[in-house]
Design a protein around this ligand. Sequence first.
Ligand code: C2E
Ligand code: CA
Ligand code: CA
Ligand code: CA
Length: 276
Amino acid sequence: QARSHNIQSVKYVAGMQSNGRHLLEMANEIRRAITNEELILHFQPQLNLKSNRLEAAEVLVRWQHPDKGLLAPGQFFDDIEALNLFSELDNYVLDKTCQTIAKWYKTYKRRVPLAINITADEFQATNFICNIKCLLKKYDIPPIYLELEITENVVITDIELVMKTIIELQNMGIKVSIDDFGTGYSSLAYLRRLPIDKIKIDRSFIQEVASNDSDLTIVKTMIELSHGLGKRVLAEGVETKEQLQLLRNIGCDAVQGYFISKPISEEEFTKYLKRK
Ligand code: C2E
Ligand code: CA
Ligand code: CA
Ligand code: CA
């Protein structure tokens, strides 16, 4: 009895140590990734359904790992979270995004609004606005080319502060949207209270929108509700022509998804820009 208990606790401690070692190694790797610019941006086009034109692109981070190849966020975000490195990541992506907007303008004489994902915690950070102002100035870009997507899967602890931040961003000309709409906490409360420009309907509602009547009803209602409140609607995860046509018919403003394009590298995206 006592013996097996001991063996178990030894295993347990060893497990904790190897987990600790793993995190320590990851911390070094991630810091190295940031300094060596192994973290790169991919871009996914967002299509305006009224004009049939590209209206913006979402920035999605990838890790070009020297040994493991190209990693998607799902493969390293747990470590980022455990190590508390999200604000470093967000700042890095924000800087690179502003740099990219400026670069594309110089090269292609064309500015594409870029939407980036910001963890809700960052919205509540005191130096967030200041940081953004600095970057707009540093790269000399007008604020209308930057959009921020905020996910409501984190409980916003200080809604007043988040509201203040969004109002300030709006006054600066920066657009804010709610990501993964319908899946998180108190969506309706946010929609009512937060002065946002756009909601992004989560992929899970779009997947079966063309075959499942309840999903269709939900999506229609989300669109009506948002329009009634003066907000634009983008549907995520559009994978088929049928979904796209249906969404257009029920008044959705914009779409994003594999049917239009997967997230692509900068090189591929600039080719896409020249084709359009
Ligand atoms: P998200 O913001 O909801 O981004 C959309 C995700 O859905 C992306 O996954 C994209 O590749 C995928 N997707 C797009 N269209 C389709 C489609 O038609 N079908 C399917 N099945 N999937 C589609 P990805 O790139 O793996 O990113 C996952 C999540 O990681 C993102 O979800 C976002 O929450 C987070 N994320 C990505 N980049 C960043 C970043 O730079 N900063 C922060 N804080 N979070 C990020
Ligand atoms: Ca997003
Ligand atoms: Ca989303
Ligand atoms: Ca998501």
